[in-house]
Design a protein around this ligand. Structure first.
Ligand SMILES: Nc1ncnc2c1ncn2[C@@H]1O[C@H](COP(=O)(O)OP(=O)(O)OP(=O)(O)O)[C@@H](O)[C@H]1O
Length: 728
């Protein structure tokens, strides 16, 4: 592939040489006086003819399809000369459309070839993906589409961005004027000194310096402001979309990846518009402006400086390939060190109880050591890049000064002109470098944008809730022939054709061995998941017909491991309810046997429960969770293994709640709960199916699975209860 490319370049160059040879030979034969000019139009006609011919040659050599970079190279090679001469003539105001320009000599042709090749080499090295066939093109198109979408989301900030771009242009223009006046000052000091001209040059220098600083500051402020506004909007939208997703989505996606989308990816994405556009526009305006100014000062020196760009791009490419791999390694090492620290600090009680502090410290030290080793390699590579980059820059500058001296000696350039050129060239190198890195960075940012949009556009897999809100709800729940498997285990059904009915005013207990499917039933009733087969009905209608908030106000659940949110006890009990009075909260807390210990807390109902309720005991957390469910006065109450952490008093209070509730549908999932004996119906689940059901007496009499499990599991509780009553 590479050799075919080289062959195409070689063939085109050879044809071009032959073409010029024929032209110059013909002119000599015709006796054309050397140094005689031609009309600018003829030069363009010559360029266009050359372009057509060389393009045909390139297509023929590349077997019918020439690569885009080859096409661009041919166009640059043929049209650079006429474009340059036109620009030069316009700058020097040579007058009428019949401008006469010199015919290119072999030196100028060779220089144009070097400049065109440098530009194309620079392009190819900087954007290798853009040329790698249709895949690269598609990738670019996708990146561009994403970028435009981010721009669309920035529409509300149009005013800020518009002002930012205005200040940016003003800052760049002012900046570009400074070297010109610096050169003027040097010239005035070096030749006949004129006080007024000197003062005016100094004045302009100061004015442009001040305006460039002021505009740059305002530009930065405006960009930062629009960036933070966009970030805030995107985070809000993304969070809104995430909390709407089905529960299965959160099981399939790591929470770390979700938080990283919310924080770093939205930020990166915002940068692709605000910060990168800032640098991109600034660098593009600067590169073009500086190129014009440099060409105006000396085109010889400008061509010479063009050598620097492909060399720098070559170095950058070499660095990028290696730095990317090291960056990946670094990320892995950092993640490992973080994981070691998090696991040890998160389970500090276990570490302490096993006396493993030293071992954990050693493990963390080793992980940090590995991170440092990779970081050192990365820093060394960067240092080598900086050194080589500096060498190239200095080498080009030395060549430029040597050549500049010759131009000054021959009167083609002034001292101040050379100084201005050197200052422009320095700026040009920086802007080009920024332009190169910003293109990579923008693709990077659109990568972040694609991840953010992936979640933003994601439609929850489950059917959206309907709008049914009947004023009277009986509360009859039915699971009819339900088959269900978790998204992470699609081939292992947790429920297999299960049918179950929960009647209003009755308490149903689900019992059975671990993994039997009890919590899965609860998950379906709570509409965390949708069944794959069968139906879940409430009062004869599918659950998804009911309005979301209505459903969850009528149906309250206390889970095995209840989660409290940081905030006051009162906020936690009234969670999800608007305008819930303190009396109502206290009533629910009393029922859940929580009022007494809440009143003993330092600030009563206003006490902060700490992160995830960390300031409370497991039993107290359970009681608050029960109060949170009871405060809604739900029609359907689901208690999933709630008594595991409750003391005897609270268990008795719970029994009062359960037996005292009239017309309420109650579902209790239990292994050890005494109340299952009082349940109106006990359903024994095993391996995702109902094995037997009936009252406690019926099941005990039948001496089936329930009987055997009860014998095994409840004997401990019975003996504990017996010993307690004996003690009483
Ligand atoms: N989130 C989940 N993702 C994948 N599989 C799950 C998930 N939760 C439960 N399971 C699997 O589904 C099956 C039924 O589990 P389920 O939690 O419903 O049983 P259970 O009767 O409530 O058990 P336990 O009494 O131990 O809580 C088990 O095989 C379990 O491994």
């Amino acid at each position: 592939m590479a050799s075919a490319g080289m062959r195409a370049y070689g063939t085109v160059l050879s044809c071009d040489l032959i073409l010029w040879g024929v032209l110059w030979g013909g002119l000599v034969l015709l006796g054309w006086p050397s140094g005689e000019g031609v009309a600018l139009g003829w030069l363009w006609a010559l360029g266009a003819g050359r372009w057509l011919l060389l393009h045909a040659v390139s297509v023929a050599t590349a077997g019918g399809r020439s690569r885009p970079v080859l096409r661009r190279w041919v166009a640059t090679l043929c049209l650079l000369g006429p474009a340059f001469e036109s620009g030069k003539a316009a700058l020097q105001r040579r007058g009428s459309p019949g401008w006469s320009v010199p015919l290119p000599d072999p030196g100028v042709v060779a220089l144009a070839a070097v400049a065109a090749s440098s530009a194309c080499l620079f392009w190819e090295l900087t954007f290798p993906e853009a040329e790698s066939g249709t895949g690269g093109g598609e990738k670019r198109q996708k990146a561009w589409a994403l970028f435009l979408r981010v721009v669309r989301y920035s529409r509300p900030d149009a005013l800020h961005l518009g002002a930012a771009f205005l200040f940016l242009t003003l800052a760049v223009l002012s900046e570009m004027c400074i070297p010109y006046y610096t050169g003027r000052v040097v010239d005035l000091l070096g030749s006949q000194y004129q006080h007024s001209s000197f003062l005016s040059a100094i004045g302009f220098m100061a004015l442009f310096s001040f305006s460039s600083s002021l505009c740059a500051g305002l530009r930065g402020g405006m960009f930062m402001c629009s960036l933070s506004r966009l970030n805030r909007r995107m985070r809000h939208m993304l969070f809104h979309s995430l909390v709407q997703q089905e529960i299965g989505f959160f099981e399939e996606t790591k929470s770390g990846s979700l938080t990283s989308r919310l924080s770093s990816d939205t930020d990166k994405m915002g940068r692709s518009v605000a910060m990168n556009m800032n640098v991109l526009v600034r660098s593009t305006v600067k590169v073009l402006g500086l190129l014009g100014l440099m060409l105006g000062l000396s085109w010889h020196l400008t061509v010479l400086t063009c050598v620097e760009m492909p060399l720098l791009a070559l170095l950058q490419n070499f660095y990028n390939a290696r730095a990317q791999a090291l960056g990946q390694q670094l990320q892995d090492c950092e993640a490992e060190a973080r994981a070691v620290a998090a696991s040890a600090l998160g389970a500090v009680r276990t570490v302490r109880s096993f006396g493993a502090e030293q071992a954990e410290a050693r493990r963390y030290q080793e992980a940090v050591g590995r991170t440092r080793a990779v970081q050192t390699r990365k820093d060394t590579l960067k240092a080598v890049l900086l050194l080589l980059r500096r060498l190239v820059t200095v080498g080009v500058k030395v060549m430029m000064l040597i050549y500049g001296r010759r131009l000054i000696a021959s009167g083609q350039l002034t001292n101040g002109g050379l100084l201005a050129f050197v200052l422009y060239q320095k700026d040009m190198a920086t802007s080009t470098r920024q332009l190169v890195s910003i293109c990579g960075e923008m693709l990077n940012c659109t990568g972040a944008a694609s991840k953010v949009f992936e979640y933003l556009d994601r439609k929850p897999r489950e059917e959206r809730a309907g709008n049914l809100e009947p004023s009277r709800l009986e509360g009859r729940l039915t699971l009819r022939d339900v088959t269900f498997s978790y998204p992470t285990k699609p081939d292992a059904p947790a429920l297999k054709g299960l049918s179950l009915e929960l009647c209003p005013g009755k308490m149903t207990a689900l019992v059975g061995p671990s993994g039997g499917g009890k919590s899965s039933c609860v998950g379906l009733l709570e509409r965390f998941y949708e069944p794959h087969e069968g139906q879940v009905l409430l009062d004869g209608l599918p659950l998804h017909c009911y309005q979301h908030r209505y459903l969850h106000n009528k149906m309250a659940m206390v889970s095995q491991d209840p989660v409290l949110f940081s905030g006051s006890v009162r906020d936690n009990i009234a969670y999800g309810l608007e305008d819930c009075s303190l009396e109502r909260i206290e009533r629910a807390a009393r029922k859940a046997n929580a009022h007494k210990f809440i009143c003993e807390l330092e600030q009563g109902y206003d006490t902060d429960v700490g992160e995830c309720g960390g300031c409370l005991s497991a039993g107290q957390k359970q009681c608050i969770a029960i109060a949170r469910a009871l405060v809604r006065e739900p029609q359907i109450l689901i208690l999933d293994e709630v008594t595991s952490c409750l003391d005897l008093d609270t268990q008795l209070a719970m029994q009062d709640v359960l037996t005292g509730s009239v017309g309420q549908t109650v579902l209790v999932v239990a292994h050890r709960l005494k109340t299952v004996e009082q349940a109106d119906r006990i359903v024994f689940l095993e391996d995702g199916a109902v094995v037997e059901q009936g009252t406690h007496q019926q099941l005990m009499a039948s001496r089936g699975r329930y009987y055997r499990l009860r014998e095994k599991l409840f004997s401990d509780l019975d003996s504990a209860g017996d010993s307690l009553s004996g003690a009483g």
